[in-house]
Design a protein around this ligand. Sequence first.
Ligand code: DGL
Length: 274
Amino acid sequence: MQTPGPIGVFDSGYGGLTVLKEIVRSLPQYDYIYLGDNARAPYGNRSFETVYRYTLECVKWFFSQRCSLVILACNTASAKALRTIQQNDLPVIAPDKRVLGVIRPTTEKIGEYSESKSVGIMATNGTVSSNSYPIEIERFFPGVKVYQEACPMWVPLVENNEYQSHAADYFIRKNIHSIFEKGNDIDVILLACTHYPLLKEKIEKYLPVGVKLLSQGEIVANSLKEYLHRHPEIETKCSKNSLRSFYTTDSAGDFDNHAARFFGEAILSKHIDL
Ligand code: DGL
């Protein structure tokens, strides 16, 4: 049998660290390897073909690091690349390995949070235009109304450390106002981009009273826990020494300076070329 390896966690940049943080909290015994494709981020405005190509390159890199399980902790990659990788690539390049995303675990749960049966999805252009959320929510919660709002400025605000600025207030207020104009009975707002939890405080300021704000970290962590329980054939291939390692396709120094904000503790990363 193959030697067990770490669980791979991927994002276009820093956002996936908000998910990894919750996964580590919930499943501290496993080893994790994180890759941020910062040199090519953001993915949000890129074409399907480009996001697919970049994501597949990163997935192959994880496989070269002995990962048997890779989590795409990026909604844009989950929306635009995951299905093709699962259906076309994995059977050919790595039939015994698994790649999971963040959209399915979220859409399996979201309907449970809404009393008005009306939910709002804040996401990148790429995630919104893929229509993945409305399609998946309809499968698990038929009849729940889904309103989407593309927030193309939110990731750049976070990536450029402007997320506490007045500019952030301006764009957040604008997008929140716009989604409630589309659906005034929304009672759950999902942050469907792993960068957005950093904007949570400001978003809460502009939400109507009583509206719940959901981010994905905890939902994805719980879902992974259940997945590992249901799939011992994958679980036994995941090593358990509580090790974490971090890689970026851009400058490791820059990554370390920014990453602590997302992960909640200091990080020492290494650079890789893909
Ligand atoms: N964090 C990624 C997501 O969850 C998107 C960031 C990007 O645009 O690259 O969608």
